[in-house]
Design a binder for this molecule. Structure first.
Ligand code: SF4
Length: 224
C-alpha cells in the first residue's frame, strides 16, 4: 500500500469517526484566533478559552489590544504559562496588524508568517480555519499519529512532516484531517499511555499496530 493510499483510507475512516471535528479554540473573529493560538503553546485549549474571555472583554478589538501595554496583557494571560513572551508576541502582533495590515488578519501564508509569534503551525491553522484554504497543521498529535500509521517514516521535525504530508494528502482535506488526528490522538492513539489499538478504526492499515498488539499480548500474558 502506498502512503497516498494509506492516507486516503485514514482520511475517510476518521471522517466517519469524528464528523464534526474542528478547532477546539473558541473564536468568532480571525484576530482572536491568532491570539488564542499563541496562548495555546504549552497550555490546554480549554484553559485558553477561559482566559481569553477576560482579555477580549477588556480589549475588544485589534486597536484596543495593540494600544495595551504588554505588562497589562501579561497580567491577564499569565495563567496560560510563558506569560511574558506570549504577552510580548501578542502585543507586537496586534501592533503589526494595526500598522501594516489595516487592522485585518492577512489571508496569505507569507504575510501570516511575518507576524510575531506566528510559526508554520499557526499560519496553517489560520489559513485552514479562518480562510478555508489548504492547510496542514503539524502539531504533536499529527506528528505522532502520522509516524505510527506510516504516513511518514520516522520524521519528527514539524516542517518536514508538513512537507511530506502535502505530497500525499489532497489539499482540500488537510485542515480537517489534522483536526481529526488531534481528536484521535487524544481519545485513542494516545501519547502518555499505550495506544488503545483494539478500538482504533485504523488498525488494519496502521504500520505500528502489529508492534503495539504484540506489546499488549505480552503484558496480558505476564498478568496471567
Ligand atoms: S492502531 Fe494503534 S498505533 Fe495505530 S493509529 Fe490506531 S491506536 Fe494508533
Amino acid at each position: 500500500m502506498t502512503k497516498k493510499e494509506r492516507a486516503a483510507i485514514a482520511i475517510e475512516r476518521l471522517k466517519k469517526e469524528y464528523p464534526d471535528a474542528g478547532c477546539t479554540l473558541d473564536y468568532n473573529e480571525a484576530w482572536k484566533l491568532l491570539v488564542s493560538v499563541r496562548l495555546a503553546a504549552q497550555c490546554t485549549d480549554e484553559r485558553v478559552n477561559v482566559i481569553v474571555k477576560d482579555l477580549f472583554a477588556k480589549y475588544p478589538g485589534v486597536e484596543a489590544l495593540a494600544a495595551a501595554e504588554p505588562e497589562d496583557i501579561e497580567a491577564i494571560v499569565r495563567p496560560c504559562g510563558l506569560g511574558k513572551s506570549k504577552a510580548r508576541d501578542i502585543s507586537k502582533c496586534m501592533r503589526m496588524l494595526r500598522d501594516e495590515f489595516g487592522g485585518r488578519v492577512p489571508d496569505n501564508f507569507d504575510d501570516l508568517m511575518k507576524l510575531p509569534g506566528v510559526g508554520r503551525k499557526s499560519a496553517n491553522l489560520i489559513m485552514g480555519d479562518v480562510f478555508g484554504k489548504p492547510a496542514i497543521v503539524t502539531d504533536t498529535h499529527c506528528i505522532r499519529l502520522c509516524n505510527r500509521i506510516g504516513l511518514v517514516d520516522d520524521i519528527k521535525e514539524p516542517k518536514k512532516v508538513e512537507m511530506a504530508l502535502w505530497k500525499i494528502i489532497p489539499p482540500e482535506e488537510g485542515s480537517d484531517f489534522c483536526h481529526r488526528l488531534v481528536f484521535h490522538g487524544r481519545d485513542v492513539c494516545t501519547a502518555r499511555t499505550t495506544p488503545h489499538c483494539e478500538r482504533c478504526c485504523l488498525k488494519d492499515i496502521c504500520k505500528a499496530y502489529p508492534e503495539y498488539k504484540k506489546q499488549a499480548e505480552e503484558i496480558a500474558a505476564k498478568k496471567k
